[in-house]
Design a binder for this molecule. Structure first.
Ligand code: PEP
Ligand code: MG
Length: 569
């Protein structure tokens, strides 16, 4: 059987299915089994909770740090508090099951702690929420799956993967990733590409159609998942897998080579990263800089915002590791599909159109200023450039720059070194920004085109919604025109222009981008050499001819057909 989905990350993976279900904490089916029995269930669950949490605490202390580990010790103390225990017993005495007693008492504390306007007290509400979820899972007999310990050759299948679920993934054990939702630009797909794990997104009902333990083939390039494969088919895919490894090996001959077109136009391939450790992969793949550091990942998988010092250390580490190569760091891009629970952002009807990214940062000065100060301080240690996400107006850029100037003055007073001329650039990822690119160019030191969002907003298509996925393509004439307009505006203003959206590594798109005048392609580390190779296959006049045909095509389908017919491999 072949299940069709969306190509998420190239490569062939063959392995055994492991379905990861987000646990439902619904306990409405649980019957009250008598006071003594319910109290015993609660006590046993608390004992298991303390054991598990202690084990987790030790691990976290070793792997993450003392501060994060303290949060877990705090949870053990809380649940062992006799007053909290007696409150839960009261509910049980009144005929409620252990789950209902836990829920009611935790809710009381959560409400109390979240109504106080104080970060530390709010934090306690977050801790109790976490405690409630984990204790409830124990009561309901739901096991947590630790992705760090899965067997080699596992194909992970889930509705979707949140960044925190994937934090501990051991890439060598994961043969493939399959999700029920998402697209090529959803965060699961971006992560899969960064880890070089074949991935297929938006496979309808994957969690019910695929069976735990069955062997499947994940064809990440074609967007297919194959079950019950005949031995011959399996053999053919194994051969394809080996072939891919050889191709990858062959690309290594481009290490240390210049990025240039067949007729000698010199360009550059940078890389996108999510955490400081990724800089190693950029260098291993000969990336010529970091074209996008998605700093929101520094804010995920923890319970409070990283401090100025923590951020400073992270940015400095990347800047130093890149040894004088450019590092474009994007300020916090939160909201939309990027949720950070402890920020308690308001629920919105249309989160992608809401209070997110630069809008949220400008209205939340403590978070924004902490990040900008850390960036300024780190700028003394390498070639850092600051990049603003989701800009729609010049006013946003001006306001951000005003804050930056104020922070610079303060750092000067404090005699803290920083780069006074740190470049500030704009991500062009909304139609508004692309249309006014000529105006924005006057106030920006550089542009970086974020085609993932630019496509979403131009086509009015949620980038993670599989039902409308066929419309989601940067090859739509509207998106191509906005890209061309942006690059022309940057070239006219004499500022550098790069692309850090996924389209930058699309072999079909590359000849068009060369002709439009793009100079920096920023791609996932594993795609650097392939992008360099594709660029080397085209001469400008050849690409020019192709581009003229493409720009007359009426829709994405014809654009794709023209590009595929003339693709160079
Ligand atoms: C983009 O929108 O193209 C982009 C690079 O940003 P992100 O994928 O993180 O939204
Ligand atoms: Mg974006």
């Amino acid at each position: 059987m072949i299940y069709k989905g969306i190509a998420g990350a190239d490569g062939i993976g063959i392995g055994q299915v492991l379905i990861i279900k987000e646990a439902s904490l619904d306990y409405s089916h649980v019957q009250f089994s008598g006071k003594e029995q319910e109290k015993k269930r609660l006590q046993d669950a608390i004992a298991t909770f303390c054991q598990k949490t202690e084990a987790l605490r030790e691990k976290v202390e070793k792997d993450v740090g003392e501060k994060q580990a303290e949060i877990l010790s705090g949870q053990i103390m809380m649940i062992q508090d006799p007053f909290m225990a007696s409150q839960m017993q009261d509910f049980i005495d009144n005929g409620q099951c252990a789950e209902a007693a836990l829920d009611a008492v935790c809710n009381m504390y959560i409400e109390m702690f979240s109504s106080v306007e104080d970060d530390l007290t709010n934090q306690r509400a977050t801790d109790i929420r976490d405690l409630r979820t984990r204790l409830m899972k124990i009561l309901l007999g739901q096991e947590d799956i630790d992705l760090r310990t899965v067997e080699p050759g596992t194909v992970l299948v889930a509705a979707d993967f949140t960044p925190s679920m994937t934090a501990g993934i051991q890439k060598d054990n994961i043969a493939g990733i399959v999700t029920q939702t998402g697209s090529k630009t959803s965060h699961s797909a971006i992560l899969a590409r960064a880890l070089e794990i074949p991935a297929v997104m938006s496979v309808e009902n994957a969690c019910t159609n695929l069976k735990n333990g069955e062997t499947v083939i994940v064809d990440g390039g074609r967007g297919e998942v194959i079950t019950d494969a005949e031995p011959g088919v399996l053999e053919a895919y194994r051969a394809k897998q080996i072939n891919e490894q050889h191709e990858k090996q062959a690309l290594r001959s481009l290490l240390g080579k210049r990025t240039e077109t067949a007729d000698g136009k010199v360009l550059a391939v940078y890389s996108n990263i999510g955490k400081p450790a990724d800089a190693g992969a950029v260098l291993d793949n000969d990336g010529e800089g970091v074209g996008l550091f998605r700093t929101e990942f520094l804010f995920m998988d923890r319970d409070t915002c990283p401090t100025e010092d923590e951020q400073f250390a992270a940015y400095k580490q990347v800047a130093e590791k890149m040894k004088g190569k450019e590092v474009l760091i994007r300020t916090l891009d939160v909201g939309g599909d990027k949720e950070i629970a402890y920020l308690h952002m308001d629920k919105e009807e249309n989160p992608f159109l809401g209070h997110r990214a630069i809008r949220y940062c400008l209205d939340t000065p403590d978070i924004f200023e902490t990040q900008l100060r850390a960036l300024l301080r780190a700028s003394a240690y390498g070639k850092i450039k600051i990049m603003l996400p989701l800009v729609t107006t010049v006013t946003e850029v001006r306001r951000a720059k005003e804050i930056l100037e104020r922070l610079k003055a303060k750092l000067k007073e404090e005699n803290i070194p920083f780069n006074e001329n740190i470049p500030v650039g704009v991500m062009i990822e909304t139609p508004s920004a692309a249309v006014i690119a000529d105006i924005l160019a006057k106030e920006s030191d550089f542009f970086s085109i974020g085609t993932n969002d630019l496509t979403q907003y131009t086509m009015a298509v949620d980038r993670g919604n599989s039902k409308v996925a066929p419309l989601y393509s940067p090859l739509n004439p509207s998106v191509l025109r906005l890209i061309r307009n942006t690059i022309t505006a940057a070239n006219n203003a004499g500022i550098p222009v790069g692309m850090c959206g996924e389209a930058a590594s699309d072999p079909l798109m590359i000849p068009l981008l060369i002709v439009f005048g793009l100079t920096e392609f920023s791609v996932t580390p594993s795609a650097v050499l392939k992008t360099r190779k594709t660029i080397s296959l085209w001469s400008v006049p050849e690409a020019q001819k192709l581009t003229e045909d493409v720009m007359q095509a009426p829709n994405a389908e014809s654009v794709k057909a023209i590009l595929e017919a003339q693709q160079k491999k």
